[in-house]
Structure formats: structure tokens, C-alpha cells
Design a protein around this ligand. Structure first.
Ligand code: FAD
Length: 391
């Protein structure tokens, strides 16, 4: 049986980032393998993401991870260069704008205080200031907004994933196409992974970066991971409207839009009662017709004449407890590290999570950023660490 010091299951953003940071760690000289079932990456969340980055979270850890993410993306030309060739991630720093009605203002203000305390460059604008700054935005029903001034924006997720993989490979990581059918446990350890072709690979440490496939892997090792696939739809639209300086705007209704090419991307999370676990990738067009379009038509003059160009659906790996990731080892298994349940904000957190996983492997603890509140303890004790700013 072949054996690697570290085996990562899942080779998209999180698995790729973990491989990159671990391979580059000066105190790691082990053999590193990434197992990915689908080299086309067509269904993974990474490839279907809106790929946007915000510092405007309510949890200090999420804010800090995003701040590291934007630093990493801005500097990717250096960090992810291979043989002098710098990747272009299409990083565009255009900000996020969270809008609030009178009722939503106290939450916006509370989040603002947390974000400022963590060092995020965010500014509160009242309705007048909003109108002045974004003259294409209808503000009559708004009490204010929170605008990211630096470090927020979006990038090309596929380019990020490819660049992470290339960099990790250039540092000696092996990427192999294989579907892991289960984890073979011996007492408090995972001894090996079983592959669909019937072979096995031994591991020193196993990292579960399998996105919506993570719960099945955990189950095979006797662990219940409370993560389910939840469908999220994205619509690419065009309109005669002009929105100069448009950030990623989040309406009080939860509907969001941001520029993309000649048009805009937009979406909304479905109402909870219409958000079952799912398998299919069919876009839910009723969301656009019944929720998104009516909101956008009111919010931006010209958006009443939206024309849809394209729609797709992807799956959030949705943490049922609190919509935050579950990071690190389960108390029953010593050598299995989880990085799952990102619930829609895992792309921007991938660099921070990759760095954190490399520290857990090498040092057995977090060194750069203490993410221990995101570990299994809260899950097992049913103590949610709620993120209030979920989009
Ligand atoms: C519509 C949508 C919009 C989003 N927008 C944003 C956003 O704006 N900003 C943001 O930060 N995040 C966003 N996200 C979330 C973000 O995309 C994810 O959190 C992130 O990409 C998760 O990366 P991952 O590597 O953990 O999982 P994935 O990208 O899902 O990758 C998991 C990989 O594991 C592989 N795998 C699974 N099981 C196995 C197995 N048994 N054997 C081998 N391989 C396996 C899969 O093939 C897959 O390639 C969005 C997600 C969606 C769906």
C-alpha cells in the first residue's frame, strides 16, 4: 500500500490552499497527496462561486480571515508565481455595500463596531451620504449603509483554484484523480483511505476538504458532520442602467448584485422553508421572477428592464448549527482534520484556512490566527457561533 504523510481529500480552493501552505512550510518535509474525484471541477462550490470577498462579517475570526484573504489575493502575483510566471486572479477591489432599513440599522451599527475593532476599513453612510455617493441607487426607504473602503471585492475563482494547484505541484505536492469511498479507522486514527478503484492509500494525517462530500467521508469514520448541500442560484443580467463605481450591494431584503463584465451578477438565499438539502444543479428561476427582479427594479432605476443572460446553481456546504466552518480535529480521532461547512464564505477564507491547516499539521496548534472557536467543541456542545452577516 502506498503511503503519504498527509493526504488531502478535495482539490478545490480549500484543499489547494492547504496543500500550498503545507508544501511551503519550512518545517514540513513530508510527502503530500491531494485526491480529487473530478479534475473538471464542474460541480464544486469553488467553480460556481460568486467569488467575492468582504470584511463585513459579525464574527472577529471571519473578519480576520477575510482580511488575510484579500492580502493574499492582492499579492497572488508574487505568492503564487511559478517559474517567474505570475497568475492573474482578476482581483478587483470594489467594496461591499450593506444597505439597511430603519429596522436593520442597529445590527449594521453593531457589526460596524466589531469590524472596526478588528481593523477593517469600513464606513457607515446615512441615506443622504448614500445618495450623494451612489446617485444611481434609490435610497428613499433606507436608513443607511456600510461600505467597505479597502480590501473588499471579487476575483476569478477558477483562476485561484488553478493557481493554488500549480503552486502546490511546483512545491512537490502530488495531485491524483481518485474518488475516496471511505476512511479506514483504527482506533483513534485514520489509517488509510479507500479509493473507488479498490486500492488504498495510507496516511499520517488526513485533511477533509471535500466540500459537500465531507459529511459522507466523516460518516465512514463514524463521525456525524452536520453539513448538508444547499442550493444557491446566480443570475447574470444586463440592463440599460449605468451603475458607476458599483460595489457588491446587499439590499435589506438579502438580494445582492455586483458588476460582472457588461452586466451584473445577482442572487438571494431562498426562504428557509424552501431550502431543503439538494442534489441537483437546476437554477430556481422562480427566485429571480418572484424575489430578485422585483427588489432590483425598485432599487436601481433601469433595472426594471433587466434581461437575464445566464443562470447557474451551486451548492453551499451548509453547517446546520451556525453557518460557520468546522475546523480542526474531532476529539475522537487524532489525525483527521476537518475544514468544512463554510456555508457560502469559504472562497475568501481559503487562504487563511490553508495556513491554519498547515499550522495544525506542523505545530498541532494555530499560530497566525486563533481559530479555535471554530472547532468541534461548539458543535458537540451545541453552542452555535452565529455569523449574523450571511448572504
Ligand atoms: C453559488 C455560490 C456562491 C458563492 N459565493 C461565494 C462568495 O462570493 N465568496 C465566498 O467566499 N464564497 C462563496 N461561496 C462559497 C465558496 O464557493 C465555498 O465555500 C468554497 O469554494 C469551498 O471550497 P472547498 O474547496 O471547501 O469545496 P469545493 O469547492 O466544493 O471542493 C470540494 C472538492 O472535493 C472533491 N471531493 C468531494 N468528495 C470527494 C471524494 N469522496 N473523493 C475525492 N474528491 C472529493 C469535489 O470534487 C470538489 O472538487 C459560494 C458558493 C456558491 C455555491
Amino acid at each position: 500500500m502506498d503511503r503519504y504523510d498527509v493526504v488531502i481529500v478535495g482539490g478545490a480552493a480549500v484543499g489547494g490552499a492547504a496543500a500550498c501552505f503545507l508544501a511551503a512550510h519550512p518545517q514540513f518535509d513530508g510527502r503530500l497527496l491531494v485526491l480529487e474525484q473530478d479534475p473538471s471541477y464542474q460541480h464544486c462550490a469553488t467553480a460556481r462561486s460568486v467569488a467575492s470577498v468582504r470584511h463585513q462579517f459579525s464574527t472577529p475570526e471571519n473578519i480576520r480571515m477575510s482580511m488575510f484573504g484579500s492580502e493574499f489575493f492582492a499579492d497572488a502575483g508574487t505568492r503564487l508565481a511559478v517559474d517567474g510566471q505570475a497568475p492573474d486572479l482578476g482581483w478587483r477591489e470594489a467594496g461591499y455595500l450593506f444597505l439597511a432599513s430603519e429596522a436593520g440599522l442597529p445590527v449594521l451599527q453593531a457589526n460596524h463596531r466589531t469590524q472596526r475593532a478588528e481593523g477593517a476599513a469600513v464606513q457607515l453612510l446615512d441615506a443622504c451620504a448614500l445618495r450623494e455617493r451612489f446617485d444611481w441607487l434609490r435610497c428613499d426607504d433606507l436608513a443607511g449603509g456600510s461600505l467597505g473602503l479597502r480590501g473588499e471585492g471579487w476575483l476569478d475563482a477558477y483562476s485561484l483554484m488553478t493557481a493554488l494547484r500549480r503552486k502546490a505541484q511546483s512545491q512537490g505536492t502530488v495531485f491524483r484523480q481518485a474518488r475516496v469511498t471511505g476512511l479506514q479507522r483504527e482506533g483513534r486514527r485514520v489509517a488509510a483511505v479507500a479509493l473507488a478503484d479498490g486500492s488504498r492509500i495510507g496516511c499520517g494525517t488526513l485533511i477533509n476538504a471535500a466540500g459537500t462530500g465531507a459529511a459522507a467521508l466523516a460518516r465512514s469514520a463514524g463521525i456525524h458532520l452536520p453539513v448538508q448541500p444547499r442550493k444557491r442560484c446566480v443570475f447574470h443580467v444586463r440592463s440599460p442602467a449605468r451603475t458607476p463605481g458599483c460595489p457588491l450591494v446587499i439590499d435589506p431584503s438579502g438580494v445582492y448584485f455586483r458588476p460582472e463584465g457588461e452586466g451584473w451578477l445577482c442572487g438571494v438565499s431562498p426562504p428557509e422553508a424552501q431550502d431543503p438539502p439538494c442534489e441537483d444543479f437546476e437554477p430556481t428561476h422562480a427566485l429571480f421572477d418572484e424575489i430578485i427582479w422585483p427588489v432590483l427594479a425598485v432599487r436601481v432605476p433601469g433595472f426594471e428592464a433587466l434581461r437575464m443572460q445566464q443562470a447557474w446553481a451551486g451548492h453551499y456546504d451548509f453547517n446546520l448549527l451556525d453557518q460557520n466552518m468546522i475546523l480542526g480535529a474531532h476529539p475522537d480521532i487524532d489525525n483527521l482534520l476537518f475544514a468544512n461547512g463554510f456555508s457560502g464564505h469559504g472562497l475568501q477564507h481559503a487562504p487563511a484556512v490553508g495556513r491554519a491547516l498547515s499550522e495544525l499539521v506542523v505545530h498541532g496548534e494555530f499560530r497566525s490566527l486563533d481559530l479555535s472557536r471554530l472547532g468541534w467543541a461548539r458543535v458537540l456542545q451545541n453552542r452555535p457561533l452565529r455569523e449574523l452577516n450571511i448572504v
